[in-house]
Every structure is written in C-alpha cells, then in structure tokens.
Design a protein around this ligand. Structure first.
Ligand code: ADP
Length: 547
C-alpha cells in the first residue's frame, strides 16, 4: 500500500523556479574574469539559464549528456549548472588546478561533450585539445568583445548564445534519481574517481545544509561562496542560496585577502564558506591594515582542519561565528559540522574552542561510525580512533563506471579513508587520513594532531608530520616545518614547544626545516610526495636503535 501524497520529483531546477517566484528581485553579484563587477537578479539568472538550455539543446545536448564547466564562481557558472540540468544533462565541474594529463583523463572518462570555460582557462584547454577528441564544442564564458584569439576549434561565445535565444523553454523533466552533477576527487593516489550526484541527492543535501545547526542560511543573508564551484560541489551553496533567496556574492578569480575583504564589506556579506588558506590570507590582510568586519556573522570553514588560532581570531577579535565542517566530494560534500548543543553556550571561551576544533556532528541524513581494520565498530568515547564510515542518501554508492569496485561495507557504509574519534555527544574529530596515520609499535599516532599543535608555535608557518621507517618501532614521526620568514628557530626550540602538549611517545623523533611543503591541487599537504622525498631519511633514533 502507498500513501496518498503528491509525488513531486526532487529536481534541482525547481530550486531556481522557487527563487524566481519568491525571490526574483534578489541579487547575484559577481566579480568577473574581465575585471568588472556584474549584477543581476534571480529572475535574470532564471531567464539566462533557460536561454542557455535552448542553446545547449540546439547543440544536441539532452537527457544524460555530460557538459563540463571549468570556471570561477560567477553568475555565468551559476547559470550554466541550471542550464545544463535544465536539458536533463549533467554538469561536470573540472578543477583547473589539476595536471593537464589528469584533466584530459577526467574529460574522456566522464565523456564530456561540451565544455564551458572562463577566459582564464582557454590556454589550459588549448594544451590538451588534441587529447580530448570527443568534445564537440567549447563555449567561452564571455562576451563578443572579450573573445580571445585561440587555436581551439569549435569555439562559441557564451553571451552570443544567450543573446540568440528567447528563453521560451521548459526544463526537461527527468526522474529525481537521474544524474544531475559530476565531480571527480583530486586523485592524490591513482587516477581521479568520479562521483555522480542525482537530482534527489542534491536536493536532500540542500535541505540538510539549510538546517539551523548546519549552514542555516536565510533570505536575509548575503552569501559569499569562496569555495569554488569546481571543487566538491561548492558545498551545495549554488542550490542552498537560491532555495532560501539569499543574495549571492561571487568572488570570481580574485581570492586574495584584499579582494575578498572588499566584496565582504561592500556587498554586506553575512555568511561565507572557504578553506582555511583563504581565511588566513583575509586575516593577514585585516591585521596588517587594522580592518574590521561589521556585517559578517558566520563562516563555515572546512576542507582541511581549522587551526585553533584561526577560530580564536575570528570569534574573539572579529565577532564572527565559525562553524568547522568536514566533508568530501563523495558526500555532496557535507558530512559533519561543529555547531553547539544545548549548554555549550555557557561554557568558557577555551572550552568552546575545544569543541570547535573538532570536525563536528553529523546532520540528519548522515550516519557515522568508526571501525577497526576488521570492520568492528569502536566505542564512541572520544578516545578510540578508527576508520570513519558514513551512510546516507547523499553519500556515494559507487564511483563513476564502477571504478574502485565495491566501496560500501555489508551495512552500506562508505569508507571515507579518514581516521577519526567520535565522542559521547556525537562530535567527530579527524585524527588522520588512513594512509597517513603513523603506526608506531602497533599503536597509531595522529600526524594531523601533531601538525596542528606544532603550527601554533609562532615561529612556524607550516608543518607536516609523516611516518619514517624505524628499526624498532616500524615507524616514527618526522616533523617537517617551514619557518616564518626572517626568524631564527632551532630543532630544540620546536621540540620544547611540543613538550607537554602531546603524549611523550608521540614526540617527533626529528625536525627538518624545508623552504616549502608540497600541496595538492586542492591545497592539501601532499604527504605522498613528502614520504617519497624522505624515503631514505634516517632518524637519529633509528641509528641508536641499530647500534
Ligand atoms: P580532494 O580529495 O579532491 O581534495 P575532498 O574535498 O573531497 O577533495 O577531500 C576530502 C578530504 O579532505 C576528507 O576526506 C578529509 O581528509 C579532508 N578534510 C575535509 N574537511 C576537513 C576538516 N575539516 N578537517 C580535516 N580534514 C578535512
């Protein structure tokens, strides 16, 4: 027997329909690659997305076709997602920071038929054009006046396509379980793997992210998604903002502290989301120029662990509430967020920060557990750490084309590849990536925890900890650091700083100073490269043990 309620499919284009009818006047402000600030409304975006759908349909795009975007956050990129899904197609975001070989691999693997690109990335596409023979056309997201000289064949101008259509178009109806978007992980090990969202998963993720304990956006908010639309589904903001009619402020290509600060203040941004490195640049800019943020209330920070110093500065010096979030491409991407539970508002500032440095609680529709190597569930005592497993309707079930094979355990949980603790109140804390955890004498040492504490030393700019082979303990931690420019600091000082802050047996066996720590295309420390770099490194303790 079935119930008797309306079976209206959960389709992402209906989010923009809702914005048109209820928030048609609300603005989308964008800093463009061409340099100017552009303004339009949700009503304009709706019309232009329909015009793009018409253009795509004329180019032969329809249900199930994959159309890629390689672009900054601008109104055009926003319109593109809806224009593509509007014909029943699948938006596929390309991360321009990937290596050319990875990009052509992804474009071919996803079977992209058309690519929409910003001017910035035309040279990238020129470089790989010969390797992507199945791409039929490239749409450059600019107007006729800015069209570049290019060796690319089959090039079209975005604004010309918009101008040559009238918008008389109804979105193509698909099943809510039909694919809507595609995003590849950055492939730090092996080839990148594709995650294919459905309309339903994107809509459910939108509803979850809008709840008050999560991002909690409202029509009153002016939202700046600094998180790029080309990475991890832009944390869902291209759906959640129009779903409630928040103003959108797109930073385009300029993510330096000064440009971000300018938009935050001029557009009266109340909510923003970005990775820690972006906020670091902003904080440095504000400190150097003695600036404040009168309107900004809320920031969500994730992608890598938020340093405690950053949390403290935002909350104490700038009056901005920080929510630390964890997620990944495979989770659409939101998996947890550190918002308070009742009673925590009365805690001391330090106790509150102890909670906020954790990656937070799973929202409704995300289930979490931690397990040992055999898949047995571990206690939620805040101490035991194990493989972090998740289940839910916006979590990947299988990678595109079955890459990686069966990725769920027998109960349907996905192994995130992260290692974490869960405490009795439900707060999760990442202690490591499974492949980065240091196995010393049969026990696990969290590289991230040592890094986070070490980076609190004011003479250090960046820190990384890796496991190095040891004859007695299998592996021991090696601390690799970049010091702040112009300061002098010794290994002994670094170790003295750590002394008493971590367990004795977690103390790094050595400290190495380097000029630079390598990063992945998404700004994460490249531990694999570091491990290769230090593969033959002999720890001073290893020499002793061998004697
Ligand atoms: P990519 O692998 O392409 O960079 P993801 O954004 O999907 O893309 O990366 C997800 C990974 O980033 C997580 O599995 C986790 O290791 C790390 N991560 C995300 N948020 C946090 C956080 N708040 N703290 C620590 N690590 C995080």
């Amino acid at each position: 027997m079935f119930g008797q309620m309306q079976d209206v499919p959960l389709l992402v284009n209906r989010i923009l329909d809702h914005a048109l009818v209820n928030h048609g006047e609300r603005e989308i402000v964008s800093r463009l690659v061409e340099g100017n600030i552009h303004r339009e409304t949700y009503a304009d975006a709706h019309l232009r997305a329909r015009k793009l759908s018409q253009a795509l349909q004329a180019l032969g795009m329809g249900v199930g076709d994959v159309v890629a975007t390689m672009a900054w956050n601008t109104h055009r990129h926003f319109e593109a997602w809806y224009g593509i899904t509007g014909v029943g197609g699948i938006y596929h975001t390309l991360n321009p920071r990937l290596f050319p070989e990875q990009l052509s691999y992804i474009i071919n693997h996803a079977e992209d038929k058309i690519i929409l690109t910003d001017l910035t990335f035309v040279p990238v596409l020129e470089g790989i054009e010969k390797d992507i023979p199945n791409v039929k056309a490239i749409i450059i997201m600019t107007d006729a006046a800015h069209m570049p000289e290019t060796s690319l064949k089959n090039v079209l101008c975005y604004e010309d396509l918009i101008d040559s259509n009238n918008g008389d178009f109804n979105w193509v109806e698909v099943d809510e379980r039909a694919p809507s978007g595609m995003c590849y992980t950055s492939g730090t090990t092996g080839n990148p793997k594709g995650v294919c969202y459905t309309h339903r998963s994107n809509v459910l993720h939108t509803l979850t992210s809008l709840s008050n304990d999560v991002m909690g956006l409202s029509s009153m908010d002016s939202v700046m998604p600094v998180v790029p639309m080309f990475h991890a589904n832009a944390w869902g903001l291209a759906f959640s903002a129009p779903a409630v009619g928040s103003k959108i402020v797109n930073p385009g290509p300029n993510m330096d502290g000064e440009s971000i600060y300018q938009l935050l203040t001029e557009e009266e941004v109340t909510f923003s989301a970005a990775v820690p490195t972006v906020w670091l640049m902003l904080l440095q800019h504000m400190e150097a120029n003695n600036l404040k943020l009168p309107k900004l209330n809320n920031v969500t920070i994730g992608g890598s662990a938020v340093p405690r110093m950053m949390l403290e500065k935002f909350e104490r010096d700038y009056g901005v509430m920080v929510k630390h979030a964890w997620g990944m491409t495979e989770l659409s991407p939101l998996g947890s967020i550190a918002s308070f539970k009742s009673g925590m508002e009365h805690m001391s500032f330090d106790e509150q920060m102890d909670i906020k440095v954790k990656q937070g609680r799973p929202p409704y529709l995300v289930e979490m557990k931690i397990t040992d190597d055999e898949g047995n569930e571990l206690p939620r005592d805040g101490k035991a750490f194990g493989h972090l497993m998740v289940r839910g309707p916006f979590i990947v079930g299988e990678y595109v084309k079955g890459d990686g094979g069966q990725i769920l355990d027998k109960d349907g949980f996905f192994d995130t590849g992260d290692v974490a603790t869960l405490d009795p109140l439900g707060f999760m804390q990442i202690t490591d990536r499974a492949k980065d955890v240091i196995k010393s004498g049969g026990e696990w040492i969290s590289s991230i925890e040592i890094e986070n504490i070490a980076v609190g030393f004011d003479k250090l700019q960046e820190t990384a900890v890796i496991g190095v082979e040891h004859p007695k303990w299998d592996e021991r931690p090696l601390l690799i650091v970049v010091k702040n420019p112009g300061v002098e600091v010794t290994k002994e000082e670094v170790l003295a700083y750590l002394d008493g802050k971590i367990a004795k047996w977690w103390m790094p066996d050595d400290v190495v100073f380097v000029d630079e720590i390598p990063h992945t295309a998404t700004g994460k420390i490249q531990k694999l490269t570091l491990r290769q770099q230090f593969a033959d490194y002999t720890l001073p303790t290893a020499e002793k043990a061998a004697e």
